[in-house]
Ligand binder design. Structure first.
Ligand SMILES: [Zn+2]
Length: 294
């Protein structure tokens, strides 16, 4: 395992030009490289995480996602929305337009606007290119190795894939506070443009913060990648208050389609237990991740 990481680091040093610079200092990644990185990582995510393929679930999450992206995406990305069959509360985005929401988060949302707020926040991380920057900047070998794997295909060997240790939260370093503030601001603007009440955003924050007090373990993954403090509620509410009340009143808080989607998830068999990382891989737990990142 260590030998394969050393091999990959040696290969990384040998990569010339912009790619090497991306890995070391973050030179600009083209949109095509960003999409390739997302696609390759999404393939690894689907191999590692239990994804819900239920047709009605896929249809609903994709339709809600499209309602949001069509008012905010200026780069004409192809978006992919997926529900992860996990009882942990989490949501994450991959560069290029892949958005994942855990079943555990959806089951805790009481209305469409709460789920839409989380999705709009994740969409904001992609449109502001935080997700690709996060992968570029993540400390340690993991993110660099993943990027190298994606852009050069050196990871097609089994050893290379083992070195990546994708899955869980290995790829998802903590976003900075300014990234979170930007994604929150994007979420407010996006939901309003999409006809959805932005009050779902602070409302979902309250749900998550309350649950952190009573059941902290279930939210480790979310808080490891998305630092959430009470001041984000105040900032979001202040931004919402800049819209005319008459405009806000017209926006949709909930829909029967969301409630039937949520009931469908609640009626499914329990989510499978999370896979344990094989000893010695580059994978980290979300808690370690949150503790070691900036
Ligand atoms: Zn975030």
């Amino acid at each position: 395992m260590r030998a394969s990481v050393r091999t990959m680091r040696a290969t990384r040093r040998a990569v010339p030009g912009c790619l090497a610079a991306i890995l070391v200092a973050g030179c600009a990644i083209s949109q095509q490289q960003e999409v390739d990185l997302g696609a390759s990582t999404a393939a690894q995510v689907s191999a590692e995480l239990p994804l819900l393929r239920d047709e009605a679930v896929v249809r609903y999450i994709s339709a809600l996602g499209a309602q949001l992206t069509q008012v905010t995406d200026t780069r004409d990305l192809t978006w992919h929305f997926t529900v992860v069959d996990s009882k942990e509360v989490n949501a994450f985005a991959l560069p290029g337009g892949w958005i994942y929401v855990n079943r555990g988060l959806i089951e805790r949302a009481s209305s469409m606007s709460e789920l839409a707020g989380v999705m709009a926040h994740e969409i904001g991380h992609v449109t502001r290119r935080h997700s690709v920057e996060q992968m570029q900047q993540a400390q340690g070998a993991d993110a660099g190795v993943v990027l190298l794997c994606t852009l050069t295909k050196v990871c097609e060997s089994g050893a290379g894939q083992a070195a990546v240790g994708v899955g869980g939260s290995a790829l998802f370093a903590k976003f900075s506070r300014s990234d979170e503030a930007e994604a929150d601001a994007e979420a407010v603007a996006t939901t309003v443009k999409a006809g959805v009440s932005p009050y779902g955003i602070p409302s979902m924050f309250r749900v998550l913060l309350a649950e952190r007090k009573t059941n902290p373990g279930a939210l480790d993954a979310f808080f490891a990648s998305h630092p959430l403090e009470e001041d984000r509620i105040a900032h979001t509410e202040a931004q919402i208050a800049t819209y005319p009340a008459s405009e806000l009143q017209k926006l949709s808080k909930d829909t029967p389609a969301f409630q039937s989607f949520r009931r469908r998830l609640l009626a499914m068999p329990p989510s499978p237990a999370p896979k344990k990382a094989p000893a010695g891989t580059a994978q980290r737990t979300s808690t370690e991740n949150g503790g070691s990142q900036q």
